[in-house]
Design a protein around this ligand. Structure first.
Ligand SMILES: Nc1ncnc2c1ncn2[C@@H]1O[C@H](COP(=O)(O)OP(=O)(O)OP(=O)(O)O)[C@@H](O)[C@H]1O
Ligand SMILES: [Mg+2]
Length: 207
């Protein structure tokens, strides 16, 4: 990489954000970094030449880095969760998971099996045995790899003991609609985003 190795902190420091219509977006980042995705609290970049990502939190969410790190410390060595390598004031470094989010799978018509639903149940059950409270399980927080393993990313909110029904609601939707003949093979993004928006406004306390 042009003979210059950067530290994770230098990569994190290279990332800046701006707010566009009330939403944080990446303004600039080191050219070695390539974006994997972004959520409500952070943007995630693939690091060069290693199987790792750096999750850089938006300024108001910097303290979440430590919280997510503490949660990861409770679930080391489980195949369905990413390994954590480093934490800084506004970032964590995690294992890169090559796969598609459940949102992408629905959009692209990639089948989500009953076994994969059970995999999520098992992984969340494991987190509970480690003293965590699985929370905020939505379509962008489940990554499905090419060999069919479901990996759970984003466990920042797993320390919040407030019961979260999101996964139960998603599962109910799966059983009720997904396997029915009328369910579209490919679901348009606008439709999933609209359903998510209605869900959030109808059940503001469920996420
Ligand atoms: N370890 C990883 N490997 C590959 N891609 C990842 C990884 N972690 C996150 N991503 C991608 O980055 C996106 C955002 O990451 P993440 O869910 O951790 O951010 P967030 O801001 O905490 O999300 P939320 O909106 O759910 O709070 C994910 O939806 C996924 O597409
Ligand atoms: Mg997320």
């Amino acid at each position: 990489m042009a003979g210059v190795t950067k530290t994770y902190k230098q990569y994190a420091d290279s990332v800046s954000f701006w707010v566009v219509k009330g939403t944080y977006e990446v303004y600039s980042s080191h050219p070695h970094l390539s974006i994997c995705g972004a959520g409500r609290s952070a943007a995630v970049f693939k690091l060069p030449e290693e199987n790792r990502v750096i999750k850089v939190y938006y300024p108001p969410f910097e303290s979440v880095a430590k919280q997510e790190y503490i949660n990861y410390m409770k679930i080391t060595d489980h195949p369905q969760y990413a390994s954590l390598y480093e934490v800084g004031t506004n970032y964590i470094v995690l294992e890169y998971i090559k796969g598609k989010t459940a949102f992408q799978c629905l959009h692209e018509g990639i089948h989500i099996s009953l076994d994969q639903i059970k995999q999520v149940d098992d992984a969340l059950g494991y987190a509970r045995t480690q003293g965590l409270y699985p929370s905020d399980i939505h379509l962008h927080n489940l990554l499905i790899t090419s060999d069919g393993l479901v990996r759970i990313i984003d466990i920042a909110r797993f320390s919040n003991p407030k019961p979260c029904r999101q996964w139960d609601d998603l599962k109910a939707g799966y059983y009720k609609h997904y396997r029915k003949a009328y369910f579209p093979t490919q679901v348009p993004k606008w439709l999933m985003n609209t359903v998510a928006k209605i869900y959030r406004s109808r059940y503001p306390n469920r996420h």
